[in-house]
Design a protein around this ligand. Structure first.
Ligand code: GDP
Ligand code: IMO
Ligand code: MG
Length: 425
């Protein structure tokens, strides 16, 4: 009947995987709508950790349908590795995983172009995950791309050759060594396995679920500050990461969208290059990284850490019409007596709460307010310390959005439904 959308409100890694896994039983289907294997969504169930890159985070819920939508870009090699792991866990993928034919394919040469383009950028590099995301979306908008549905055509190999040769000509412009043979063989082996999955016309598939009166949760990847239009351009990813992208990335009408869940950590992180106004370069940043185990789920790179940035948060809440906030990793801040929150930027001596046109060229100095911490308290789901309640209320007041869920640890159960608590209802 309705689609709820869940997105990251910061620079990615807000804990989307964990929250989708938790919310999944309320829906019939979980659908990824953009991004690709640049995403790393971590789920921790009974002490076991799973990282998903392309497969939706509903896959561990029995009976759930999971759709990889048309807006996603798929690398057969990464997807196949993921499917093998899930198969080994006994998950019945034939009943639970569906792939939209209109999703675009990441070719081995897309990955090479990504790497060549990044290394040519030198100091100005984006810090891409090097999964071939940018070049694949470029071929999509350039109308050169290959799609999952093309796998069913007898002349697929010919289409592949044409695109590959185009890429090889582009690669000649770079000083970049590569060996295509090995990865190409693996890619074609994986293609055979992807062909055997449930390939569907995703737009009809999802709309038929809605027509049956059932609900779908659309799972965003990356974060709103990495959005191709509204993020810290050019230090962004190559897709729209905001809630509106769920419509085009799945083929559902805007009138079908109901709630927009937006996730934010209780602080901020970013992995890769680009502006990050509240970044901490001192021991405090290091303590957050250590306490929060802030290392990328896809690349293992250390994440840059900083305090919560309310101008950025309010911006991304506005862009997606977020009406339900979810705060994660509150437990990580349990090491601090005082917590800083940026509630304005100082630009040339003027205090502003709006995002400037370009964070890359505008010098912003965060203006902080100090909020009392709950140092020394080990958080548990039965009791929230007063200082944390005050911190959450502070965020609600500054954003004007109710916090629905509070996550206090990586495990599935380490979550508090604030709507059930009188003080937050
Ligand atoms: P995603 O990309 O948004 O799904 O997030 P990632 O999986 O990349 O990164 C989030 C990390 O934080 C993962 O390692 C999660 O297991 C972990 N995590 C999620 N929620 C919490 C939480 O409330 N507390 C702590 N300490 N870790 C969390
Ligand atoms: P999830 O879904 C955090 C970042 C990269 C780089 C920039 C462009 O796990 O939150 P790309 O590979 O897309 O060309 O990289 O975007 N990035 C992410 N950062 N979480 C992600 O996904 C990310 N996906 C891409 O680090 O700065
Ligand atoms: Mg991640």
């Amino acid at each position: 009947m309705a689609v709820d959308v869940l997105i990251g409100l910061q620079w990615g890694d807000e804990g989307k995987g964990k929250i989708v896994d938790y919310l999944a039983p309320r829906y019939s289907m979980i659908a990824r709508f953009q991004g690709g294997p640049n995403a790393g969504h971590t789920l921790k169930i009974d002490g076991q950790k799973f990282v998903l890159h392309t497969v939706p985070s509903g896959i561990f819920n029995e009976g759930m349908l999971n759709l990889i939508g048309n807006g996603v870009v798929i690398d057969p090699i990464t997807l196949n590795a993921e499917l093998s792991k899930l198969n080994a866990l006994g998950i019945a993928l034939d009943k639970s995983l569906f792939i939209a034919r209109k999703a675009h394919l990441i070719l081995p040469t897309h990955r090479m172009l990504d790497a060549a383009s990044e290394s040519a950028k030198g100091a100005g590099k984006i810090g891409s995950t090097l999964k071939g995301i940018g070049p694949t979306y470029m071929d999509k908008t350039g109308r050169n791309g290959l799609r999952i549905g093309d796998l069913e055509h007898p002349d697929f190999k010919k289409q592949y050759q044409i695109l590959k040769e185009k890429h090889l000509r582009l690669l000649e412009q770079y000083q970049f060594d590569y060996n295509l043979d090995e990865i190409e063989t693996e890619w074609f082996n994986c293609i055979e396995l992807i062909r055997k999955q449930n390939l569907v016309n995703g737009e009809y598939f999802i709309n038929s679920i809605l027509q049956r009166g059932e609900h779908v949760l659309a799972e965003g990847a990356q974060g709103s500050m990495l959005d191709i239009d509204f993020g810290t351009y050019p230090f962004v990813t190559s897709s729209n990461t905001m809630a509106a992208a769920a419509c085009t990335g799945l083929g559902v009408a805007p009138t079908k969208i109901r709630d927009v869940y937006g996730i934010s950590k209780a602080y901020c992180t970013r992995v890769g290059s680009g502006p990050f106004p509240t970044e901490l370069f001192d021991d405090t940043g290091e303590r957050i990284r250590k306490e929060g185990a802030e290392f990328g789920a896809t690349t293992g790179r250390p994440r840059r850490c900083g305090w919560l940035d309310l101008p950025a948060l309010n911006y991304t809440i506005m862009l997606s019409g977020t009406n339900r906030l979810i705060i994660t990793k509150a437990d990580v801040l349990s090491i601090f007596d005082q917590i800083q929150v940026c509630n304005a930027y100082n630009i040339n001596g003027v205090s502003v709460t709006e995002m400037p046109y370009d964070l890359c060229t505008t010098r912003v100095t965060p203006e902080y307010e100090s909020v009392k911490g709950w140092a020394g308290t080990t958080l548990n789901v039965n009791e929230i310390p007063d200082a944390l309640i005050s911190y959450l209320k502070y965020i609600e007041n500054k954003t004007g959005v109710k916090i629905s869920l509070l996550s206090i640890g990586p495990e599935r159960e380490q979550l508090i439904e604030l709507e059930n608590l009188k003080i937050f209802s």
